[in-house]
Design a protein around this ligand. Sequence first.
Ligand code: NDP
Ligand code: AKB
Length: 247
Amino acid sequence: MSEALRGRVVVVTGASSGIGAAVGRALADAGAKVALAARREEALREVRAGLGDGAETLVFPADVTDRGLVRKLVGRVEQDLGPVDALVNCAGVMYFTLMKNVREEEWDRTVDVNCKGTVNCVGAVLPGMLERGRGHIVTISSDAGRRVFPGLAVYSASKFFVEALSQGLRLETAGTGVKVTTIQPGNVATDLLELSGDEEALQQYGQPTGARVLDPEDVAASIVYALSQPDHVAVNEILVEPRDEPV
Ligand SMILES: NC(=O)C1=CN([C@@H]2O[C@H](COP(=O)(O)OP(=O)(O)OC[C@H]3O[C@@H](n4cnc5c(N)ncnc54)[C@H](OP(=O)(O)O)[C@@H]3O)[C@@H](O)[C@H]2O)C=CC1
Ligand SMILES: CC(=O)[C@H](N)C(=O)O
């Protein structure tokens, strides 16, 4: 295994389940010091319990929509683990909704977590990275950040948002030592689909195709790849799809 991540300090949001939990495990396996953040403390502790004995980790319950709390998270990481080398934004929600069904609370939640939550996390780590002249911000976008899926208009918009945010950030930070990556997974076997309550949208657009979907570990491997490159190499985007579900 590459030694590139040994001792690196990485903050992972959405680390209590699914892709974020797999990212935490993969980074700990690669020797990184990992801060696991999400709202459910018990679930975070379970993820930490599954990491190797030698792993240097921190569990910090945080809602990414709370900007003050996100800043506290970063302060605690710096105090306990050291300056943040990388942020992996995995926190996210997805609701299948038909626009005609006007599920405003779910739309708000999508914007709050996927858009504002990501901005809050970026804002909390970026100044320190610029000061140190190094850092890496990885955001889990989606194949829905490349094309709009019916039944997922607001979700797709939130993923277009993180793509635009990341592109702008990349352009503005070129030459500063900061790298910016988006990961664009297709369907992954996680609990994400379970949030959706609009049965009509689910019936129409949210049914499995029967194809073998990705495991969270497949996505985590692409993040480890992006984070492990030499200083002069930037992996800007990774589209990772189930073989039988191409976009
Ligand atoms: N599964 C898939 O097919 C795909 C997923 N993605 C993206 O991957 C990311 C992770 O999703 P996935 O692992 O699939 O689903 P999960 O539901 O397993 O994970 C979502 C994570 O986000 C956390 N989270 C949700 N709301 C908040 C919040 N307000 N503050 C902090 N953490 C929060 C949850 O933790 P907690 O509840 O403890 O706060 C959980 O850890 C999302 O951004 C999703 O859009 C992209 C493409 C495909
Ligand atoms: C568009 C999708 O359903 C994608 N799998 C995602 O969950 O982001």
